[in-house]
Design a binder for this molecule. Structure first.
Ligand SMILES: C[S@@+](CC[C@H](N)C(=O)[O-])C[C@H]1O[C@@H](n2cnc3c(N)ncnc32)[C@H](O)[C@@H]1O
Length: 306
């Protein structure tokens, strides 16, 4: 069978058929876009379904359909050690919504750089921001090819605003900042909200997460903001911490304490209420009762670049 015949067997609507060659790749043509071969089950060749990926596991926690057995098995190991992880995922999305709403509505931000975007989950950052300010501009960045295959859903901008997608790794901030699509979409001489929501805990200490944040924040204009949510075991009893630590190590998740998170915000002005349990960040209008800090086990913070 020829490559063309095999390619023709890819079902419309499958992941491979959704690969969008119009989205941005800092190095030009995306190295993972291989149009010469067919992909079993219509999947992109670099979408490895045999190992769990954070984006697909998160999709599983959120009740989505873009996950595979390895993601669900990994997710189930986390659920066994931390049964409220689905609550964490929905609360994390609610924090993202509240933070973008605050920054667009009250702080006047019109530009967003959302790194570690995840598989599109409505409302996405641009939908929230453009719902308030139709001229808002959003650049999405993720390093997972499954997110790339869904990028079109992230490019549904209003006519007055703009969105772009850059396939890149948070550990290469210079590459992200130099991406032509980023430069064409947002103006770094004006304030930007840098969204690092539920992504920094995928960077090991050896990846120098503080240095990565510094290099990104260093490129932002005064009046910009940094938005972070980050898993932490601070709120958990020792027995749970023991169990979870083993799972976290196996799943390459790096929890951090409040003191460790503080290093991400050095030199920035913390927006009230500071570094707090995620479910408590400006949650006055959320339904009651609120989840406990232990149920969610995650910090959230918004900080301003002076
Ligand atoms: C838990 S999801 C969070 C999605 C979204 N930010 C949210 O909070 O709802 C984490 C996302 O970060 C992405 N990610 C993990 N490590 C990354 C890296 N080094 N560079 C870019 N993206 C990364 C994953 O692919 C995944 O899509």
């Amino acid at each position: 069978m020829s490559a063309q015949q095999r390619e023709a067997e890819v079902e419309p609507g499958t992941a491979a058929s959704r690969i969008d060659t119009s989205v941005a790749h800092p190095r030009g043509l995306h190295p993972r876009v291989d149009t010469s071969v067919a992909h079993p089950r219509g999947l992109h060749p670099r979408v490895d379904t045999s190992v769990a990926h954070p984006a697909r596991r998160y999709d599983y926690f959120l009740g989505g359909k873009d996950n595979f057995a390895a993601d669900r098995e990994s997710g189930d190991r986390i659920i066994a050690a931390f049964p409220t992880v689905r609550l964490w995922a929905t609360e994390n999305r609610a924090f993202l919504r509240r933070a973008v709403t605050h920054l667009t509505g009250e702080a006047g931000i019109r530009q967003f750089l959302d790194i570690g975007t995840g598989i599109p989950t409505s409302p996405n950052t641009h939908e929230i921001a453009q719902g308030i300010a139709p001229d808002a501009r959003v650049v999405y960045v993720d390093n997972d090819p499954i997110v790339l295959t869904h990028a079109r859903a992230l490019l549904s901008s209003t006519a007055d605003g703009a969105t772009a997608y850059v396939d890149a790794d948070l550990r290469e901030p210079e590459l992200i900042l130099a991406a032509p699509e980023l430069r064409q979409t947002i103006d770094l001489s004006r304030p930007v909200a840098l969204m690092l929501v539920a992504v920094l805990h995928f960077l090991a200490d050896s990846d120098d997460p503080s240095g990565v944040v510094d290099r990104l924040v260093g490129a932002l204009a005064p009046g910009s903001y940094l938005v972070v949510s980050h898993v932490s075991f601070d709120f958990l009893p020792p027995k749970t911490v023991n169990q979870l630590s083993r799972v976290a190590q196996a799943e390459a998740l790096c929890q951090r304490s409040k003191a460790e998170l503080g290093s991400f915000f050095e030199g920035l002005d913390l927006v009230e209420p500071g570094i707090v349990p995620l479910a408590e960040w400006r949650a006055e209008h959320e339904p009651r009762p609120r989840p406990t800090a232990a149920d969610v086990s995650c910090y959230a913070t918004v900080a301003r670049v002076p």
